[in-house]
Design a protein around this ligand. Structure first.
Ligand SMILES: Cc1cc2nc3c(=O)[nH]c(=O)nc-3n(C[C@H](O)[C@H](O)[C@H](O)COP(=O)(O)OP(=O)(O)OC[C@H]3O[C@@H](n4cnc5c(N)ncnc54)[C@H](O)[C@@H]3O)c2cc1C
Length: 271
């Protein structure tokens, strides 16, 4: 799924080793609270009032700003997925709405697998499981290696990911198949598994089909000219990891500062 550099694809096809995404070779993970700890930390540092747990139900451009739900704002920065924004955005031109409707995401289910264990997991961060007999998991994260608190004493945990399109019924049978696949891949013993929990994410990866570049270009151009900033993995439909989303947020802040100094709403420009 990643938008790999063509050079890397050609080298790999000829059997030449490539280094891949070296910018993610070293990373930090919170000891407590999982990845959520990052956004919680950012929130604690913000001195302005923030409304949490407030779903955006409607967005509308007004004569001198924006109206979100029933509140007026000078500026809106969107990070929700464009297909979720479109039905809430009053007055979205039909051609832009049609382009957004065609942006089908690749979805994903995360399955946390907890196991009793008398030794730590292999010293790995994650592995890919590309073969059919390894089951439905495409990537397996060695989750209790990220933080010892990601499993209770005497236990370890994996985070298995399986991608899908459209709908997926995550039944107990399906979970059993996933665990069997992992057993077949040699990474666990079924009898050690004490718990499984799953979570589905409709928006996980971007389907970069042939029409995608032209389609998303039109959508981004329309939003950038509209005076609304739209950023984020699915807010801008860029195949960005969290570090790149944060870099985009810094770019957005620069644009907001420029706008607040000049007061003139120019089309937003991103690198
Ligand atoms: C399984 C998985 C594994 C990943 N692993 C990594 C990794 O190892 N390293 C890495 O760097 N990146 C990873 N990523 C990517 C990373 O998670 C994303 O790039 C990043 O979280 C995107 O941030 P965002 O702010 O654009 O979107 P999100 O974090 O998705 O934020 C969008 C927010 O909008 C909210 N929202 C939706 N609808 C509404 C509404 N109507 N009103 C108000 N709010 C709404 C959602 O609740 C959500 O909080 C992974 C992603 C997935 C799915």
């Amino acid at each position: 799924v990643p938008d790999a550099p063509v050079d890397d694809i050609l080298k790999a096809a000829c059997g030449v080793n490539t280094e891949g995404y070296t910018h993610q070779a070293l990373f930090y993970f919170p000891l407590r609270g999982g990845f959520q700890a990052l956004t919680d930390g950012v929130r604690r540092g913000v001195q302005h009032p923030i409304h949490m747990q407030t779903p955006v139900e409607s967005v509308r451009k007004t004569a001198d700003g924006w109206r979100v739900n029933d509140v007026d704002f000078d500026l809106v920065v969107n990070t929700i997925a464009l297909p979720e924004l479109a039905p809430r955005f009053e007055g979205l031109p039909p051609d832009v709405a049609a382009d957004i409707a065609a942006l089908e995401p690749v979805s994903l289910v995360n399955v946390l697998v907890g196991m009793k264990a008398d030794k730590p997991l292999q010293d790995l961060s994650w592995i890919y499981l590309p073969f059919e007999d390894q089951g439905v998991t495409n990537r397996l994260t060695f989750f209790s290696n990220y933080s010892p608190l990601n499993a209770p004493e005497g236990h370890t945990s994996y985070m298995a990911e399986a991608t899908y399109r459209g709908n997926l019924d995550v039944s107990q049978d399906w979970i059993d198949q996933l665990v069997s696949g992992l057993e077949h891949a040699g990474v666990l013993r079924r009898s050690d598994v004490t718990v499984t929990e799953h979570w589905k994410s409709r928006y996980a990866y971007i389907d970069q089909n042939i029409e995608f570049p032209a389609r998303i270009q039109r959508v981004r151009e329309w939003f950038d000219a509209s005076g609304m900033l739209t950023v984020g993995r699915f807010g801008r439909y860029e195949y960005h990891n969290s570090d790149q989303c944060i870099m985009r947020a810094f770019e957005a802040v620069k644009q907001i500062e420029t706008l607040s100094q000049s007061g003139i709403v120019e089309p937003f420009v991103f690198s």
